[in-house]
Design a protein around this ligand. Structure first.
Ligand code: F6P
Length: 331
């Protein structure tokens, strides 16, 4: 008898998810590991994250075909080198207080005969996973988010690829900034964690790095830029994380409202900073928000390797019945 594993990716996509799925399937279907694990597995992918498990009608063949995808080593053979998620994803929250659909989802897992679920998710989706575990669903998590804002793990899939993109993009901007003697304000993602801006800024030699963990003072930013200019520097890069907050002001949002998880739509602080510099420093300024470019492209070597470790780790946890926890990278 084979144990049926379901796998889904939920929340934001990022490079490394497909690598984790590739290795999860390879490990789960590796015949040499059967004697050690004492189990064999069938793997089914769920399309579009939690949405797929809510919308699927298990009694209807067409619907099962629409929302699930049987996975084999043959099918996922080349997935490890592609960014995004081949299973698709969504930001649907099954526990949305406006319309709670968690019970339907739990019933669908049972009807699809999924005995263990692997959730590749970030802050919000692993939160959903934990709630489902408390409702009796056997599952394990794999941490992924370019924000690297999860506790209990030192790495989340996608982070290294995003830092590399920030570094490469700033290298490009530096060229035009130098030609024109301009200040470039570059805005990175990261929600309320400054890792992306900090490590991307360190790697690319940004003159000023602003992160959500420390409110910043606009006058001081301008002062630093003036000092640099006086010392003969033709240009400066200011790298600001989308969640960074000017002291004494509200957080800046790109649009009103919140998503299904109650998260604000962050973004726009770079535009504010650019305007302030131009107003008070008589310097020519341009503003670039990197936004979703940071989540695109293929995974770096590091993300492929971490996807491998996380994918294999998830199967080991299922074999050990170590449910309700996530694979993590520590020490
Ligand atoms: O959590 C990952 C992330 O990329 C954040 O850095 C960003 O604020 C958010 O997702 C953007 O979400 P969306 O893709 O829904 O616009």
């Amino acid at each position: 008898m084979k144990t049926k594993i379901g796998v889904l990716s939920a929340g934001a996509d990022c490079p490394g998810i497909n690598s984790a799925i590739h290795w999860l399937v390879y490990s789960a279907t590796d015949k040499d590991l059967v004697p050690r694990r004492g189990m064999m597995f069938d793997i089914v992918g769920i399309v579009d994250g939690w949405k797929g498990l809510i919308e699927v009608k298990p009694e209807k063949k067409e619907s099962v075909k629409r929302w699930t995808m049987p996975l084999s080593a043959d099918i996922v053979r080349t997935w490890d080198r592609y960014g995004g998620t081949r299973l698709g994803t969504s930001r649907v929250n099954p526990f949305n207080p406006q319309k709670d659909r968690s019970e339907e989802l739990i019933q669908n897992i049972k009807k699809l005969r999924i005995e263990a679920l692997v959730v590749i998710g970030g802050f919000d989706s692993l939160g959903v996973a934990y709630k489902l575990y408390r409702e009796g669903v056997k599952l394990v998590g794999i941490p992924k988010t370019i924000d690297k804002d999860l506790s209990e793990t030192e790495y989340t899939l996608g982070f290294d690829s995003a830092v590399n993109i920030i570094t490469q993009d700033i290298d490009r901007l530096r060229i035009t900034a130098g030609s024109h003697s301009r200040i470039f304000v570059v805005e990175s993602m990261g929600r309320r964690a400054g890792w992306l801006a900090l490590e991307g800024g360190e790697a690319s030699g940004a003159a000023v790095i602003l992160i959500p963990e420390h409110e910043f003072v606009m006058e001081r930013v301008i002062e630093l830029l003036k000092i640099r200019k006086k010392s003969g520097k033709r240009y400066s890069i200011v790298l600001v994380s989308e969640g960074a907050k000017p002291r004494g002001m509200e957080e800046i949002h790109q649009k009103r409202g919140r998503d299904g998880f109650g998260q604000y739509y962050l973004g726009g602080v770079g535009g504010f900073i650019a305007e302030e510099i131009e107003k008070h420093a008589k310097m020519e300024v341009r503003y670039t928000a990197l936004r979703h470019l940071q989540r695109g492209g293929s995974p770096t070597a590091y993300d492929r390797r971490m996807g491998r470790k996380f994918g294999i780790g998830a199967v080991d946890m299922i074999a050990n019945e170590d449910f309700g926890r996530m694979v993590s990278w520590r020490h």
